[in-house]
Write a protein that binds this ligand. Structure first.
Ligand code: 3HC
Length: 305
């Protein structure tokens, strides 16, 4: 018999493009109250205005009624930056969606273990970082990783990897750490299904299935540009029209964020020591220049809004 997800209240940490999308599908599709928290109040304001815009578009396209849109919006409340992570303590599950940095995620999961309900599921939307390493940090201070309480605390951690744009992309990748319990996995899977997603599972290897395949592809496209094999437009058009990809690889890199692509590629390269994952120098230089893609207006292309 499958276990119900049992999530009566969800916490989302990080109100960037991923966290905002996760808050929206959770409120609209899974119909759960969401506590949205980010250390930047400006980011939360931006995120909420995107949620409102997307709900209004769904209403205008006749996909949902204006009552359903209002109910979904009302399910999302903000935990202010001054309150911090302890404002998520009523959540039965939290999903962390901050930038791809292991030290940042380790400090967040240590705070989750200290501040949240001991039975709350602790999910990470990481694109590539070891879920096992993150789970090892979710042990309350003073407890040993091999003690019964330590193992129990880490067993609540799971990878729940959404795709951008979250309201549109149908997939969630589910990743088990060495420490994850079967109950955590079942409940996390059922929650993703309640959000309207199809779920695939991957072992906890660098980049999981999705980014272990996608990132070398994007990196090869950047190296083609670097070598002068073709123009940016011809590289993207070849993949769009020749292979029916919705976006070319350089457009997709800009869409994901060049800083995020580089962070994922570094995790893949460091985690496997396999040269096929080595990031291209052009990508490194573009990130050095703080050209992060669509999110700040310049990547392989220029964006005006
Ligand atoms: N947020 C929410 N919805 C968005 C959106 C966004 N950022 N961008 C586009 N959409 C919606 C549009 O509003 C539109 O919705 P509608 O059908 O209700 O009108 C729909 O998507 C289609 O958009 P458009 O007609 O404007 O444009 P396209 O047909 O070109 O589609 C796209 C846009 C869906 C983004 C499409 O180009 C696509 O699928 N691109 C590939 C995206 C992809 O591969 N994502 C995965 C990235 S990898 C990842 O996330 C993993 C991470 O670990 C790196």
């Amino acid at each position: 018999m499958s276990i119900a997800h049992g999530i009566r209240r969800l916490g989302v940490l990080g109100a960037g493009q991923m966290g905002t999308g996760i808050a929206l599908v959770s409120a609209l599709r899974a119909k759960v109250p969401v506590l949205l928290h980010d250390r930047s109040s400006e980011q939360v304001t931006k995120g909420l205005s995107l949620v409102e815009k997307l709900l209004a578009k769904d209403v205008s396209k006749g996909r949902i009624t204006s009552e359903e849109a209002k109910e979904a919006r009302d399910r999302i409340s903000v935990v202010g930056s001054e309150v911090g992570i302890k404002g998520l303590r009523d959540a039965d599950m939290v999903i962390e969606a901050v930038s791809e940095s292991l030290p940042l995620k380790q400090s967040i999961f240590a705070s989750f273990a200290a501040e949240l309900k001991p039975e709350a599921i602790l999910a990470t939307n990481t694109s590539s970082i070891s879920i096992t390493k993150i789970a090892a940090s979710a042990i309350p201070h003073g407890l040993n990783a091999t003690s019964e309480e330590g193992k129990k605390s880490a067993s609540r951690v799971v990878g729940l990897h959404f795709f951008n744009p979250v309201p549109v992309m149908k997939l969630v990748e589910l990743i088990s750490a060495l420490q994850t319990s079967q109950e955590t996995l079942d409940r996390a899977r059922n929650f993703a299904v309640a959000c309207g997603k199809e779920v695939t599972t991957s072992k906890d290897v660098p980049g999981f299935v999705s980014n272990a395949l996608l990132m070398p592809f994007i990196n090869e496209a950047i190296m083609c540009l670097e070598k002068g094999t073709a123009t940016r437009e011809d590289i993207d058009t070849t993949l769009r029209l020749g292979m029916n990809h919705p976006m070319g690889p350089l457009q997709l890199a800009d869409f994901i964020g060049l800083d995020t692509c580089l962070a994922i590629q570094q995790t893949l390269y460091e985690g496997t020591r396999d040269s096929k994952y080595r990031p291209s120098i052009l990508l490194e230089r573009m990130v050095d220049a703080q050209w992060y893609g669509r999110k700040n207006g310049k990547g392989f292309y220029e964006y005006t809004n």
